[in-house]
Design a binder for this molecule. Structure first.
Ligand code: GTP
Ligand code: MG
Length: 332
């Protein structure tokens, strides 16, 4: 099954994805074996308020990567995540229909994530699915999520490049976008540029962005008197300043510029060492939470029920302090 999935057999790939998504023991086995083959894909998260045109943009971006010059062409996987819907419901089915221009292209694979169990489970399942696509040689993985809640942000954290999509007239321009979401944006997109108010929305976003992510600090006041030679070397790459781009996903205007920005961001991540840094902190977070979970599990198995209850009772009756309770529970 794994060999089939890795060699481009779509049916095997679909089966592997289901196992991983459902977190079956076979699915976990598969991830174990695939892990060494991951780490090559460029993961692009697309998030933003409902109806701003994320799916339409994903469709356009995927098409752009499939129809460009052959040497730049890339294999594209799309993961559509909709945590708000209890079923793989209307929105996602609609997405499938809209993406029909891509169907029949073997270089594209579209997967809709059903919302299973807790949201934490969804983030984990999404991570697994993304790893499978990565190992199967998809160069670009587009991950679409709705909204800006913690669940979406957890999913977006899987991405190397995050696009935040807005559209003119989506409620009150300022209210509809939260500072938190600006912080995670690498590229901001005002879609539906054909609608009135697009330039206005772009200016507002730019202003908010300048507040959240100020550009380079101002130069020192008495520059003339500083001996240039004695200054520490500037880092080789300046920080990334997220561009605010206008697109029209219905006719494709601005898509080339958007794909350019995505590619530039990837180049920036590599050139600045940020790619490895992000990867390292992701791996560290994951390792830490796994170790914590494993330690707690092991500890729980080693503490007799009666002892735990006695310590707990002593603690609630304030006969011992929390610190003492921890000591007593860890003594064994
Ligand atoms: N006028 C205009 N309409 C657009 C544009 N992009 C998307 N739409 C329309 O906006 C509607 C929503 O588009 P989607 O791509 O489904 O938006 P979405 O953000 O994926 O929606 P959810 O996944 O439900 O949050 C559809 O009817 C699209 O045809 C655009 O650039 N201009
Ligand atoms: Mg959508």
């Amino acid at each position: 099954l794994i060999d089939g999935a890795l060699s481009g057999d779509r049916l095997s790939l679909a089966r592997v994805l289901s196992q991983v998504e459902n977190d079956t023991s076979q699915g976990r086995d598969i991830l174990e074996q695939l892990y060494a083959c991951t780490g090559k894909a460029h993961r692009i998260g697309i998030t933003g308020s409902p109806g701003t045109g994320k799916s339409s943009l994903v469709n356009r971006i995927a098409l752009a990567y499939r129809t460009c010059a052959p040497e730049k062409r890339k294999r594209v996987a799309v993961v559509a995540v909709d945590p708000s819907s209890p079923f793989t419901g209307g929105a996602v089915l609609g997405d499938r229909v809209r993406m029909r221009e891509l169907s029949g292209d073997t270089g594209v694979f579209i997967r809709s994530m059903a919302s299973r169990g807790a949201l934490g489970g969804l983030a984990k399942a999404t991570m697994g699915v993304v790893q499978v696509f990565d190992a199967a040689g998809y160069d670009i993985i587009l991950i679409e999520t709705v909204g800006a809640g913690q669940a979406e942000i957890d999913i977006v954290r899987l991405a190397d490049t995050t696009l935040v999509v807005e559209a003119p007239g989506m409620g009150d321009d300022i209210q509809s976008i939260k500072a938190g979401i600006l912080e995670i944006a690498d590229v901001l997109v005002v879609n539906k540029a054909d609608r009135p108010g697009a330039d206005h929305a772009q200016r507002i976003l730019q202003t908010m962005l300048d507040l959240v992510k100020p550009a380079e600090p101002p130069a020192p006041a008495h520059e003339d008197f500083i001996d240039e030679e004695s200054l520490p070397q500037k880092p080789s790459t300046a920080g990334w300043i997220p561009p605010v781009l206008l697109t029209d996903a219905s006719n494709g205007d601005g898509i080339d510029e958007l794909v350019d920005a995505i590619e530039q961001h990837a180049a920036y991540l590599h050139a600045s060492g940020e790619w490895q840094r992000r990867e390292a902190s992701r791996v560290q977070n994951e390792l830490q939470s796994l170790v914590q979970a494993a330690l707690v599990e092991r500890w729980q198995a080693g503490v007799p029920e009666g002892i735990y209850q006695r310590v707990f009772d002593d603690l609630t009756a304030r006969r011992i302090s929390p610190a003492r309770a921890v000591e007593m529970l860890l003594e064994r």
